[in-house]
Structures are given as C-alpha cells and as structure tokens.
Design a protein around this ligand. Structure first.
Ligand SMILES: NC(=O)c1ccc[n+]([C@@H]2O[C@H](COP(=O)([O-])OP(=O)(O)OC[C@H]3O[C@@H](n4cnc5c(N)ncnc54)[C@H](O)[C@@H]3O)[C@@H](O)[C@H]2O)c1
Length: 377
C-alpha cells in the first residue's frame, strides 16, 4: 500500500518560508499545493521559485478551498496564534509554526490548547533541537560527562522574543527539558524599537533558574557584536556552542562534538501525526520557553523575582503592559529592526496611527553579523 502524500500549504511567503519549502522539497511524501501572503509580490516570487500552483492573498480562503493536510505558519510573529488556530479549526492534520509563538501570552497558550483539544500535532520551529552537535551534547550531558550542569550563558542580538527564544529553548533541550522555577530580569527600552512589528526592548539581561538548580543567563542586545559563543558549565566540564561548532572541554583534549544528522522537524511532525511519539518541537514544550520570556518581562515590570509560569489570567505581554503604563518613555519615531512592512501592519492592526516617520534600521541575525553599528542607542 502506498503511504499517504501530504498536501501542504505555506502561509506567509517571506524569508523563512523558503526554509520550510526546503523541508517539503526533500521529503518524499509532501507536496506544496498552495501558499498565501498578504503581499502579492512576495507571494508570486515564492510560488514561482517553488512551483506552487495555487496562490491566495487571504489565508482563510486558502484553508477553506484547499483543505491542506499540513500547514506551515511563516507569517510575522504576532499572527502565529490566529493562523494556527484557523488552520486547526479548518481540520488540518498537522501544523509547523514559526517561533516565537506570539508577541503575547494568552494567545500562545490558546494555540497549544486548541490543537491539543482537537488532537492536531502542533510543532514550533525551534530547529536547534535537531542540530547534530546539540543532539550529541545533550547525550553527553545526560551521561554525566560535564558532571552536574550548574550554569549556562547565551548571548545574542535582535530582540529577546525573536532570537532569545532559541537560547531558552535549546538550553532546556540540552538539560532534558527541566521546568523553570523563577526569573529575575532587567531591561531597557529608550528608543521606539520593534522587531517584525513586535514591541521589543533595546537590551535585556535575564537570569533563569530551573528546578535542577541550573541558572541560565540570557543577554540580548547587550553588546553590538556579542561573542559568538554560548556555554554550558558543569562541575567537571564545559561545552561551548556556536561558531567553530560544539566542543566539549572535560578531561583531556577539547573534543568537537559531531553526530550523524538524524530526523528533522518535518520528519518528527509526520511521525507524530501517524501515531509515533510527539515531536521534540511540540507546542507545549515551546510554550515553556515562551512562558519564561513573558515571566522575564514581568520581572522587569515588577522589579522582582517572578515564578514561572505566570498566572493563567495573564494575556498580554508584560512588555506591552509596561509600555502602555508609561513605564518605558522613549524618544524618536518608531523603527523596526527587520521589516517596515511588518511594523506598519502591526500598527494598523492595533489602531496605532502611523506618523510617516517610521523607519527600518539594522538587519541583524542571531550571530550579530550585519547588526554592528546599525542599532541606534
Ligand atoms: N526558526 C528560525 O530560525 C527563524 C528564522 C527567521 C524567521 N523566523 C520567524 O519566521 C517568521 C517570519 O519571518 P521572516 O523572516 O520570514 O519574515 P518576512 O517578512 O520575510 O516574511 C513574512 C511574510 O509573512 C507575510 N504575512 C504577514 N502577515 C500575514 C498574514 N496575516 N497572512 C498572510 N501573510 C502574512 C508577510 O507579508 C511576509 O511576506 C517570524 O515570526 C520570525 O521570527 C524564524
């Protein structure tokens, strides 16, 4: 009997959608049948590049007419929950949504709850969990090769939710997904900074304690060009990640950690749909990272140590709450570090009038390349 072929729809056809298209092109049982984007030029370019037959500027129309089996949610961050929930309600069999889950908390919780209640596998694209060096590092840590893990450090640029989400999520992966206990955070937002339309701090420093006593320090945008290394420190050794690969420093010579590539995010999502174990990217796992980041914002807002998760009633990001409470006065017009279109779209959705002075600044990625010297102080 022939194994089923999955009809795929991609919603949001910008940069990362090409990465998803690569997964589907490689997989023998997936075919992209349709794509949707509110920007017709981005849609046309994507569909031509990937030979996608059906194009929509309204993703709801796509869901209704195409009835896809799998949906990739590659839109700007604040829309991930509504697109995911619409796809689940349209009866898809599985969803691969981009990180971060949302700009806020309540809707991120809802996207997980809706998919769980309908039995629809939802994976969030934290792809570092599949990098061979990290997979091997996780095994070595579990085998006790660095002793007891006690602390970790992650430095990045480009906004806490945007790039910090990878650091929070993959540290949990390395340590066997421990539950967080509390966070203590300080942040600064003196310029009117956005990232793909999401309100974002100028810089943030967060300390996160896990149930196993491990403390992770996350620094985002603290330096224009952060050292491109992240660390896990144990009582008997250290692992360094980032540029130059993953290296174990324990007894003897430093050992580069490599491994055969295993299954990828799409392979695990399909296996899960077909009754196998849930993906390591399962929505409820990603939600823990999101809860940690939202609790970090709440810690900065309340100037106190905050337990994770936040109360069930917290809907809005505490960063937005701080901004709306006037606790973060800024000077200068709004600017976006990734997409001016996303900023305009977000303002329109939130009823914030555009002044015409909004601008794009910087195009940094997670290594800090391309950002140095471009971030306004
Ligand atoms: N996993 C990763 O490492 C990784 C890397 C890059 C981006 N991302 C995430 O992917 C998302 C998209 O980022 P990008 O770099 O591709 O942005 P992008 O601006 O290149 O593309 C996003 C596309 O979504 C479209 N869009 C937005 N709202 C829409 C809607 N309601 N309906 C249909 N189309 C809509 C936009 O028009 C745009 O073409 C972001 O959330 C980002 O954080 C993740």
């Amino acid at each position: 009997m022939q194994e089923p072929t999955y009809r795929v729809a991609i919603i949001g056809t910008g940069g990362i959608a090409n990465h998803h298209a690569g997964y589907y092109a490689k997989h023998p049982r997936t075919t992209i049948v349709a794509a949707a984007d509110i920007r017709p030029d981005a849609l046309a370019a994507f569909c031509e590049k990937h030979n996608v037959p059906a194009r929509y500027t309204d993703y709801r129309e796509l869901l209704e007419k195409e009835q896809p089996d799998l949906v990739s949610v590659c839109t700007w961050t604040a829309t991930h929950p509504e697109v995911t929930i619409a796809a689940a309600e349209a009866g898809v069999r599985g969803i691969l949504s981009e990180k971060p889950m949302s700009a806020h908390l309540g809707d991120a919780r809802r996207m997980v709850a809706v998919c769980q209640s309908r039995g629809i596998p939802l994976a969030i694209h934290h792809q570092r969990r599949f990098e061979p060096g990290l997979v091997e590092a996780r095994k070595r840590i579990a085998a006790g090769q660095i002793g007891v893990p006690i602390a970790g450090n992650f430095r990045t640029v480009g906004g806490f939710l945007n790039n910090g989400t990878h650091g929070v999520d993959f540290h949990r992966y390395l340590l066997g997904d421990p539950a967080p206990e509390w966070v203590m955070t300080q942040l600064e937002r003196r310029t009117n900074r956005y990232e793909r339309g999401v309100l974002v701090e100028d810089r943030i420093l967060s300390s996160i304690r896990f149930e196993n006593g491990y403390t992770l320090t996350i620094e985002v945008d603290m330096d224009e060009k952060p050292a491109p290394h992240w660390w896990v420190f144990g009582t008997e050794g250290t692992i360094r990640f980032g540029q130059g690969g993953t290296v174990l420093f324990a007894r003897g010579e430093p050992e580069p950690l490599a491994a055969e590539s295993g299954p990828g995010p799409l392979d695990e999502l399909i296996a899960w749909i077909e009754g196998g174990p849930e993906s390591r990217n399962a929505g409820h796992i990603a939600l823990v990272a999101h809860e940690i980041m939202m609790a970090s914002y709440e810690s900065a807002r309340t100037r106190s140590r905050v337990r994770v998760p936040l109360d069930a009633g917290v809907e809005r990001s505490p960063l937005y709450t701080m901004h709306e409470e006037g606790l973060l006065p800024v000077s200068g017009p709004a600017y976006d570090i990734r997409s001016l279109d996303a900023l305009r779209y977000a303002f329109e959705r939130e009823g914030i009038p555009l002044t015409g002075e909004e601008y794009l600044e910087g195009q940094g990625n997670w290594t800090g390349q391309g950002l140095a010297g471009q971030v306004r102080k």
